[in-house]
Design a protein around this ligand. Sequence first.
Ligand code: ADP
Ligand code: ZN
Length: 219
Amino acid sequence: MRIVLLGPPGAGKGTYASRLTVKLGVPHISTGDIVREEIRKETDLGKKIKDYSDRGVLVPDEIIIKLLAERLKKPDCNEGFILDGFPRTISQAEALEEIAKIDLVINLVVPDEIIITRLSNRLICSKCGAIYNLLTLKPKRDMICDRCGGNLYRREDDKPEVIKKRLNVYRRRTEPLIEYYSKKGLLRNVVCNDLMIPPEDIIKKIIGIIKRCKELRNY
Ligand code: ADP
Ligand code: ZN
């Protein structure tokens, strides 16, 4: 199944997608991770896009569409994928239609206060990318990854001024996709309005939606 996870920054797309990928056996494709990897490798492209990412604004459509198209060509995507952080604009959604047929869009509905609290407490593993949260998903050892022992860090764009900026960008550029996909009959909402809801509960809801969608379409 080809699934898109939609929702504001900090809605939990990465956290849920990294667990869903294990349960569903299809790859988790995060354009944010692809962008950070290019930056880390200091490729020409990476140097070009670092500034956008650090400021919390979108990388130009043509760059991100090309990166994503390359990723979706890999054979591990044949049986489906979970997209996290793409599409983020109407023109990205239109480009995606040319590349793959999307079966389902899960829209995570999360109030701003929760997003701000979550992102200001978020830590990422520099080695394996695992996501932690000082309030809800604390690592067992201070600043060390439970899974691989790597060092944890705070993302450059998780600073309060940048978080506000990213939320504005989301409202303006990405939120129109909710209507775009609901008109196509592909959108399902999952509401997360409590900071302390365990990720597993949300995953269960998402899996339920995916199962019903599969039954309907005879997968
Ligand atoms: P968030 O936690 O805000 O959802 P991501 O990790 O998905 O952030 O992305 C980090 C940054 O990478 C974004 O702020 C943006 O600069 C860039 N980026 C990721 N995906 C896209 C996309 N689909 N279109 C444009 N820029 C993107
Ligand atoms: Zn790790």
